[in-house]
Design a protein. Sequence first.
Length: 334
Amino acid sequence: MSNRAVLAEALIARTPWAKASRAPLAGDASNRRYERLTDPDTGQTAVLMDAPPDKGEDVEPFVRVAEYLRSVGLSAPEILAEDAESGFLLLEDFGDDLFARLIEKQPEVERELYEAATDVLIHLHSGPLPSLDSYDPSLMAELSSLAFTKYAQGIQGAYDKDAYDRFQHRFADILLQETSGTRVVTLRDYHAENLIWLPERDGVRRVGLLDFQSAMLCHPAYDLMSLLQDVRRTVPAAIEMSMVNRYITATGVDDHDFRTAYSVLGAQRNLRILGGFARLATDYGKPHYVDLIPAAWAHLMRDLEHPALVSVADLVRQALPSPTPENLARLRAG
């Protein structure tokens, strides 16, 4: 038995779940692993998060953000037991009704689920601000530049350093101009694979939240854009438009400014995804993330049509190779 298995057993043994059976659950892009525990007597379940500190994982941000989200009336998993030093959490199990899977089975609920997810953001953005780092323009521009250093380089073997420098400078200025101002709690990975439907609960608590440990303070448009410019599933244009309108109407934000920030942040996120998913393939042996790159590219091309991005749009189109089958094959090959 590995050392981590021994540590996990020790944590579970101190809880009412000592006799539970264990089965693996699907993981994410990180080094975290998950298991579902099932009590043999009651059939109740819990989730074990294994986040190895020696691989750069830290459960404390998850615990801190989960406590905040529950304190403002949202559904984040309750922490049932923890060994933060070793990187283990025993969590409330929200079940398997991920928005993405549920919509596949019941397409008629799609609009209801997206309305509920939008209402969560409206509620979250009206609450008090916790102590979190800011997702500021310089950091966002730096992460966007992964599209050059990981995506373009992964395909071409090199990237245009001059274009990279010009992009980073210009894009930081755009982000500073268009996305500064109001800061809200931003979960940063808010989409249909990280939301679970809990219909037995009321109001905004019907949306179970996952994968929020990287939360920061950012512009209010970021998480709504993340939800609607989803690289894992196509959100119908009518629903995207309706949810943006729903948010603007409910919050009273400036319509033009919000929509501009939505497109600018969309470009930022999709550039970061291009670089991040390319890096997962080339550096970490996870080539399946390459399959999501064409969707990110399509969102990016649409975002770049916004007038606020005119100073970087042609630069990006010229410097970054399109995700042709041949180019994607190069990324998969590492």
